[in-house]
Design a protein around this ligand. Structure first.
Ligand SMILES: Nc1ncnc2c1ncn2[C@@H]1O[C@H](COP(=O)(O)OP(=O)(O)OP(=O)(O)O)[C@@H](O)[C@H]1O
Length: 551
């Protein structure tokens, strides 16, 4: 019985202490002015809610910035990508976007919280000792001057640090892409050395920025200490004339408020420096030229239904400062004609496609498809009505189905049919997963030739009136090349096909041959007509090709 009573007593004692602790906590939760994210606490003044709602303001702002910068890059013309390496673009969308997404909202929130504390503390102090406000003015001036002195340099250091990241990103990008080549040529050491040098440059600029921030911190601390010392000295020297309680309050407030003001200035400086990331993203939004979106003619859904292509005095240059790569080119391709374009490397064959897709606007002349000048129609319409198999076949990470038919417009049977016509069905069947087969980034789990065949399957599926093949079979063996040419002849019998090829054999069955050199057309006609003339360029090229293959 005694034992039970002892336990009961102990239990009630524990309960009492718990109750007292609870009361104490309740008391505490009433006193603080600011919420520190403890559950069940009901603060009088919730800075997060009252001053700023991070979710709706800062995050929304960064989302908008990101969206608009991304849109600007996606709609940028070709020359933007020629002038800006991938690393530079990656830097904006990784490092700069991270500062805008994470750092700035946190810091701005912090500044607002501290500023509110400073204002409330100053108001409470002014109520008790009004003359304290006289002392605040020089303090504010001192901090403002210091902030201005350091602002320019910290911002510049931050800009330097941001810029220094781009070459590092570009180098890492090229290294990962060319890893096998680096290993094959045993260039691992030189690449590692270059990485280290670039990391050194990046960290040096970051160190400069950090040093600048430390320096401003040091000066702010110095001013704070001077102010506290001066206040203490004044209070001591006026001993007896100031109420000791008020003197203690003045000193405490001085320590707290000046300390907080110092912290605000430091953080504001940091935020202003990091705002260079916003500036850099904004630069993309405001300064990247956008591909022309205005149009004077919107062709019907069936356009082009014949496939007639007419180049008239076309002159094109990749940049204003560069020489033209297409010089006064004129030719006419009849509907359903199979045209072969040949010429030496750099002759301007691929530039014909660039001009057809309006990746670069013409300097002179015009191109008509089915009688419509393509410079007058919307870019998305033009590009969606042509089919191409480029030199570098493009595959996206995702399923095979997604790669062939991203908008889910065709049935599985259609897809298998096109794979069969492109002579790749057998290979896909061997891999077991069928249309759900996963394609790795850049189509790395397929050879270049296989990727070209998958692109051919994609083109067969879309059934456009105009098909452009840019060295589409350059990476497949001669037997498969012949098979593909046969397929193209059958599957695209009622389409216009423009084939750019290095191997003359690939285009010898064309209806028309265009031979290019140095941006000009040097010969054009039916292959048999050109072969009949012994001095023709085609005969010369054939002789050169045969002698190389026999060598
Ligand atoms: N993006 C570019 N910026 C500047 N010049 C370019 C660009 N692309 C190509 N050129 C230049 O334009 C000329 C024609 O290039 P194009 O790619 O059309 O030749 P090509 O006949 O297709 O060569 P290849 O058979 O090697 O693919 C070349 O001198 C090349 O240096």
């Amino acid at each position: 019985m005694k034992k039970i009573r002892k336990i009961q007593k102990k239990h009630s004692k524990v309960k009492q202490t718990q109750h007292r602790k609870l009361q104490l906590n309740k008391g505490c939760s009433r006193t603080p002015l600011f919420k520190h994210h403890k559950p069940n606490q009901k603060p009088i003044f919730d800075v997060n809610l009252v001053v700023i709602n991070k979710q709706t303001v800062t995050i929304q702002a960064s989302v908008q910035l990101h969206k608009r910068a991304l849109r600007a890059v996606l709609l940028a013309p070709m020359h933007f990508f020629d002038a800006n390496p991938t690393g530079r673009i990656l830097n904006r969308f990784s490092k700069d976007a991270d500062e805008v997404d994470v750092f700035l909202p946190q810091r701005i929130d912090g500044i607002l919280q501290i500023l509110s504390t400073v204002i409330i503390s100053l108001v409470s102090a002014a109520v008790v000792i009004p003359w304290i406000l006289i002392g605040v003015v020089p303090v504010l001036i001192a901090f403002a001057v210091l902030k201005n002195i350091f602002n320019a340099s910290t911002r510049q250091m931050k800009r330097l640090s941001n810029v220094a990241n781009s070459p590092l990103f570009a180098h890492l990008n090229t290294t990962t892409q060319g890893l096998s080549t680096i290993e094959a040529y045993q260039e691992r050491n030189s690449f590692t050395e270059k990485s280290e040098k670039l990391i050194d440059v990046t960290t040096t600029t970051t160190l400069l920025y950090d040093t600048c921030m430390r320096c401003i911190g040091l000066w702010l601390d110095l001013i704070t200490s001077i102010i506290v010392v001066v206040t203490a000295a004044v209070l001591v020297s006026t001993k007896g004339s100031v109420n000791p309680a008020l003197a203690a309050l003045a000193l405490t407030l001085c320590l707290k408020v000046v300390g907080l003001m110092r912290e605000t200035v430091r953080m504001m400086n940091e935020v202003e420096a990091k705002f260079t990331s916003v500036e850099r993203l904004n630069h993309y939004i405001e300064n990247i030229d956008v591909e022309p979106s205005s149009f004077q003619c919107n062709p019907n859904d069936q356009w082009p239904n014949k496939g007639d292509i007419k180049f008239s005095n076309v002159e094109m240059t990749y940049r204003e400062s560069l020489a033209p790569v297409l010089k006064n080119i004129s030719f006419d391709i009849q509907p359903q004609q199979k045209v072969g374009v040949v010429g030496r490397t750099g002759a301007g064959k691929s530039s014909l496609i660039t001009a057809l897709y309006r990746l670069v606007e013409l300097r002179n002349g015009h191109i008509n498809i089915d009688g419509i000048n393509i410079s007058l129609i919307p870019l998305n319409v033009l590009r969606s009505r042509l089919s191409t198999i480029p030199q570098d076949p493009v595959m996206f990470s995702g399923t095979l189905r997604y790669n062939l038919d991203p908008f889910d417009n065709y049935t599985d049977d259609d897809l298998w049919n096109s794979l069969e016509k492109a002579h790749i069905k057998k290979k896909i069947l061997q891999l077991d997963k069928g249309l759900q087969l996963l394609i790795e980034e850049n189509g790395d789990n397929f050879s270049v030739g296989e990727r070209q065949l998958l692109c051919l399957a994609r083109a067969i599926l879309r059934k456009r009136k105009i098909l452009i093949l840019d060295e589409a079979t350059a990476s497949v063996d001669t037997d498969t090349d012949s098979l593909i040419q046969k397929t193209i002849k059958e599957a695209f019998s009622n389409c216009t096909v423009l084939t750019i090829a290095h191997r003359l054999k690939t285009v010898m069955n064309s209806d028309l041959l265009i031979i290019m050199e140095n941006g000009n057309i040097i010969e054009t006609g039916k292959p048999e007509d050109l072969l009949a003339v012994s001095s023709s360029h085609l005969n010369g090229m054939l002789t050169a090709e045969t002698s190389i293959s026999h060598a």
